[in-house]
Design a binder for this molecule. Sequence first.
Ligand code: DX5
Ligand code: ZN
Length: 220
Amino acid sequence: MICPSILSYDFTLLKDIFVKLENAGIEVVHFDVMDNHFVPNLTFGYKFIDDLRKYTSKIIFDTHLMIDKPEDNIILYSNSSDIVTVHFEAIKDRKKLIKEVEKLKNKGKKFGISIKPKTKPKKIKEYIDIVDLVLIMSVEPGFGGQELIPYCLDKVEEVKLLRGNRNIIIQMDGGINKNNFYDVYKRGVEWFVIGSAFFKEDDFSFYNRLLKDIKNGKYI
Ligand code: DX5
Ligand code: ZN
């Protein structure tokens, strides 16, 4: 699945983007919430996402919380988002988080955990039974347009081992572009967050077509 990150798009034009993305076969949109504390950048909060929800009912809203103590307000993000991902490094109250995740799941939403480049996958073992998605950051979170850090690709195999036969999506975020896409795919990433490179293409179906071609063996 290709998950365009709207961080690289003009926010004032967002309400018109969903129809264009739907027409290009995009099923997931990635929202980067930053608090200028956990990361040195500030974006938007849940109201912004709630307001955008009015413009599409089809697209899966995949929200990536780069905020401290996500256990305090993860539930606020679950109204309009279908998946809410928090950073492992930002959790302060594990018990509270688990309680909030239960509420989120009762609302039919999915829960994700993300790890920064320097965090080892085995750290998230304690959450593996409640997690629906693992987001491996392939850049330091905070900004779009950075280069993918190659050693992060090695983590995909570790996450695969951790998940065993559980139904968990493996997602990667940061620096993915048409030059490294095949490598990322080969490692076993299933959901690809693409920001700057996605919106550089005039055709929003470019990465969907690339993925389809790869799956059809065109590049093997
Ligand atoms: C970075 C964000 C990413 C970002 C990716 O902290 O989590 O989602 O938008 O952008 P690119 O693809 O440009 O690295
Ligand atoms: Zn992100």
